[in-house]
Design a protein around this ligand. Structure first.
Ligand code: ZN
Length: 240
C-alpha cells in the first residue's frame, strides 16, 4: 500500500487549543501537510510522536524534524519515541537531534504532556519493534490510537478513548503465520469490549482495500450497533 501509494501514508495531525502534535510521520507526511487545505504548517508543530520505528510510521520523521525546527534555525519541539527508534538501528538521524528542545522516551504505562495535550501509553504492543499505542486525554473528546500490534487478550481493555482509531491491516486473520497486525475479527472483539462513541479504521492492507473499507465499516456498524467509519486520505475529525 505504501510503496504504490494506493493510500496516503503520512500519519495524523492532532490540534488541541494552541498545541499541535504530529503522529507517525510516514512517507509523504511533509508533502501531505503542505498540500492539505487549509495548509498544515509544520513549523507550528510542538511535537512529533512515533508509535514505533517501522518505515510506514517513521519514513518522514527526519524531514518533519527539519520542518518543525525550520531547518535547525529554531531549536524547538519535542520528539516522543520508543528507545529502539533512537538507539539500535535508529530511524532518527543523530545530527538532527540537537535541533529539538528535547527527546522523551516512550515507555510502558507512562504519562506525558506537551502543551495542552496530555497522553499516556499502555503496555508494549506485540509487534516486532518496540511499539506503543496512545490514550489522549483531550477535550471535549478523548482519543485513543491502537497502532500496529498482534492481538492479545488485554488489548480491548487498554484503550478507552471516546474516539478509537484502530490500525487494521487484514480483512481476515492469517492462521499461525507470525503476522503482527490486526484483522477485522480482532477489531470486532476490541469494539465489543471498548465501546467507543466513534471507531475509525485506518492503515489498511490490500485485503481491506479490495473489500472496500467503507463497506467493511458499514457492516461492522450494523452488526455492532455503534458508529464505525473507515478513514480516507485527508479525513478530518472534529473533536467537538
Ligand atoms: Zn509496524
Amino acid at each position: 500500500m505504501v510503496m504504490k501509494q494506493l493510500r496516503a501514508s503520512g500519519g495524523a495531525w492532532l490540534s488541541v487549543g494552541k498545541t499541535n502534535l504530529y503522529i507517525d510521520p510516514g512517507p509523504g507526511a511533509l508533502v501531505r501537510c503542505l498540500h492539505s487545505k487549509p495548509k498544515l504548517e509544520p513549523s507550528t508543530l510542538d511535537a512529533i510522536l512515533l508509535t514505533h520505528k517501522h518505515l510506514d510510521h517513521s519514513g518522514d520523521v527526519n524531514v518533519m524534524i527539519e520542518a518543525m525546527t525550520e531547518g535547525g534555525f529554531r531549536k524547538r519541539g519535542v520528539l516522543f519515541a520508543p528507545r529502539d527508534a533512537l538507539e539500535e538501528d535508529p530511524v532518527v538521524l543523530r545530527y538532527l537531534r540537537d535541533y529539538l528542545e528535547r527527546i522523551e522516551i516512550l515507555e510502558e504505562n507512562r504519562e506525558y504532556r506537551i502543551g495542552e495535550i496530555s497522553f499516556s501509553t499502555a503496555r508494549r504492543h506485540r509487534h516486532r519493534v518496540e511499539t506503543y499505542g496512545v490514550n489522549f486525554k483531550t477535550s471535549p473528546r478523548t482519543v485513543s490510537i491502537i497502532t500496529d500490534t498482534r492481538f492479545f487478550p488485554e488489548l480491548p481493555d487498554l484503550y478507552g478513548g471516546e474516539i478509537l482509531i484502530i490500525h487494521v491491516v487484514r480483512l481476515k486473520p492469517v492462521g499461525d503465520e507470525p503476522i503482527d497486525h490486526l484483522s477485522i475479527e480482532d477489531v470486532k472483539t476490541i469494539l465489543q469490549r471498548a465501546k467507543p462513541k466513534l471507531a475509525v479504521l485506518t492503515h489498511f492492507g490490500m485485503t481491506m482495500i479490495k473489500a472496500k473499507p467503507w463497506v467493511v465499516a458499514a457492516e461492522l456498524e450494523k452488526e455492532l450497533g455503534m458508529k464505525v467509519i473507515a478513514a480516507s486520505d485527508g479525513l478530518k475529525i472534529d473533536l467537538d
